[in-house]
Design a binder for this molecule. Structure first.
Ligand code: NAD
Ligand code: UFG
Length: 335
């Protein structure tokens, strides 16, 4: 019998796309999600795209008894752990919720894995662990720091996983440091569905293009970048999803290891370039105004992608136009 992959947060944005790629790769998928930031109907869309429906358990990663029963009832070979809270501003306002959900929740998951003898884990980390970059592109051995409680949870969790793998050498852990995930599945059936006003640039731009919001506020045009606006390494969520499958395969095929690896494209684009690309994809005008810098933002950030290529044999292949085309196809189906 094929062992299952437990995907926590599997109905969320990145998790749902990864489920599609896991199924395409021949894996059996079991999703655990408390639906705090997603909907169960995502499973219908995953089934429509891939022809197979993941198993689903509605529940919380902080529920140890539930986790123990999942590991007892299912033959789990590895865990891909997406579940967590991710809004930087909210984390500043409600730090304890972030430490409880992200840190305590992950520690509970690790304890349940340890007890069940499941020691393969792919973890959603973030480029936020690099703080304000001292060099570009950013290599994995760049110094780590956190500028907000959300980032701190990722940093602490990376450290906890380092301590765990040193104390028990059987663990195989991939810490995947995502840059800026955007886009959607090309079918337009799954995508990013933020609740309320989007915090991130691309969902906001998509809602302006669709007429739900009036104009984009460009946070700062006085950065030391070619056009003065912030530069980021936007990565198509389907490339990211394939990066998870590559990481899983790597862990399965190699000796136990703790691997921290960037998932990005290695290229940065400015806010204005992204707005222009989205205008081309949507054929809509995207009005914007220049606003003050957003507190805590950095000027520019893009990944050194060599380690992912060498270790995982993975590189991102989709460009920003494809990211915007696919995001627009998803957006146009909303409302
Ligand atoms: P998302 O909110 O769409 O998905 C997270 C999922 O986890 C949601 O479905 C939510 O309902 C679920 N969840 C939250 N807390 C839970 C809990 N305690 N128990 C069970 N389920 C829970 O977010 P996403 O964009 O898909 O992000 C996935 C992961 O990637 C997160 O850990 C996030 O911090 C990390 N990440 C995201 C980005 C990004 O820009 N999207 C960048 C870097 C890292
Ligand atoms: N921006 C705007 N207007 C907006 C929103 C964003 O101009 O309405 C700008 C920002 O100032 C920044 C760029 O668009 O220059 C990207 O901002 P996002 O909020 O989309 O993304 P960030 O790079 O700030 O942060 C994201 C995730 C974090 C993660 C980080 C690194 O939100 O969780 O990428 O992976 F840590």
């Amino acid at each position: 019998m094929t062992r299952k992959i437990l995907v926590t947060g599997g109905t969320g944005f990145i998790g749902s796309h990864t489920c599609v790629e896991l199924i395409a790769g021949g894996y059996q998928v079991l999703v655990l999600d408390n639906l705090s930031n997603s909907r169960e109907t995502v499973l219908d869309a995953i089934e429509q795209i891939s022809g197979a429906r993941p198993g689903f358990i509605r529940g919380d990663i902080r529920d140890r008894a539930l986790l123990d029963s999942i590991f007892k009832q299912h033959d789990i070979g590895a865990v891909i752990h997406f579940a967590g809270l991710k809004a930087v501003g909210e984390s500043v306002a409600r730090p304890l919720d972030y430490h409880d959900n992200n840190v305590a929740g992950t520690v509970t998951l690790l304890q349940a894995m340890q007890q069940a003898g499941v020691r393969s884990l792919v973890f959603s980390s973030s480029a936020t662990v690099y703080g304000d970059p001292q060099q570009l592109p950013i290599p994995e051995d760049h110094p780590l720091s956190a500028t907000n409680p959300y980032g701190h949870t990722k940093l602490v969790l990376e450290e906890i996983m380092g301590q765990l793998s040193r104390s028990e050498p059987g663990w195989r852990i991939a810490l995947l440091r995502y840059f800026n995930p955007v886009g959607a599945h090309p079918s337009g059936l799954i995508g990013e569905a933020p609740q309320g006003v989007p915090n991130n640039l691309m969902p906001y731009v998509a809602q302006v293009a669709s007429g739900q919001r009036e104009r984009v506020q460009v946070f700062g045009q006085d950065y030391d970048t070619p056009d003065g606006t912030g530069v980021r390494d936007y990565i198509h969520v389907m490339d990211l999803a394939q990066g998870h499958v590559a990481a899983l395969r790597y862990l399965q095929d190699n000796e136990p290891e703790l691997l921290a690896v960037n998932l990005g494209t290695g290229r940065g684009y400015s806010v204005l370039e992204m707005i222009q690309a989205f205008a081309r994809s949507s054929g809509r005008d995207i009005p914007y105004t220049i606003a003050p810098r957003r507190p805590g933002d950095i000027a520019a950030c893009w990944a050194d992608t060599r380690l992912a290529r060498e270790k995982l044999g993975w590189t991102a292949v989709r460009d920003i136009q494809e990211m915007c085309d696919d995001a627009w196809r998803w957006q146009a189906r909303q409302s």
